[in-house]
Design a binder for this molecule. Structure first.
Ligand SMILES: [Zn+2]
Length: 147
């Protein structure tokens, strides 16, 4: 893995920890201690999964903040849910802005293969090409035309 990718992963890990730190104490304080520990581990794992998926596949992860909240809301009492939802939205939103900047800066070009076509807006197509091909399914006609 190259240094740029590693830097992105580290940064995503920090976003994940920041979200976890802000919500872990909102986990139901009246549950037995064992349950609380189990819930904390589950919440931490869900935060990390979300950030890993976002780092790996940012363009295909729709509404990551909603996905994360749905995954973890059951670990929090009703009265804490609005606060958890807000923290998750802010934290994931910050991570999404960061990833978007990285994509715009071209950090993702080296790793994941990208379709070689240019979109109507004049930007490089961000879709994944078909296996062994240079173009995504919607742009495959360009390869056929060239052949
Ligand atoms: Zn394409």
């Amino acid at each position: 893995m190259d240094a740029k990718k590693l830097a992105i992963q580290n940064r995503m890990y920090q976003y994940s920890r920041a979200i976890y730190r802000s919500i872990k104490d909102l986990i139901d304080p009246y549950s037995p201690r064992e349950t609380q520990l189990e819930y904390r581990r589950a919440v931490l794992a869900a935060c990390e999964d979300t950030m890993e998926r976002l780092a790996r596949d940012p363009l295909y992860f729709a509404k990551p903040e909603r996905a994360l909240f749905q995954d973890i809301r059951r670990y929090f009492p009703i009265r804490a849910q609005a606060q958890v939802a807000w923290i998750v939205e802010e934290g994931v939103g910050a991570a999404v802005s960061f990833i978007t900047e990285q994509i715009e800066a071209g950090a993702f070009d080296g790793g994941v293969p990208r379709c070689r076509a240019t979109t109507r807006k004049g930007k490089p197509c961000q879709r994944t090409p078909l296996p062994e091909r240079d173009y995504c399914p919607s742009h495959q006609h360009l390869a056929d035309a060239a052949a």
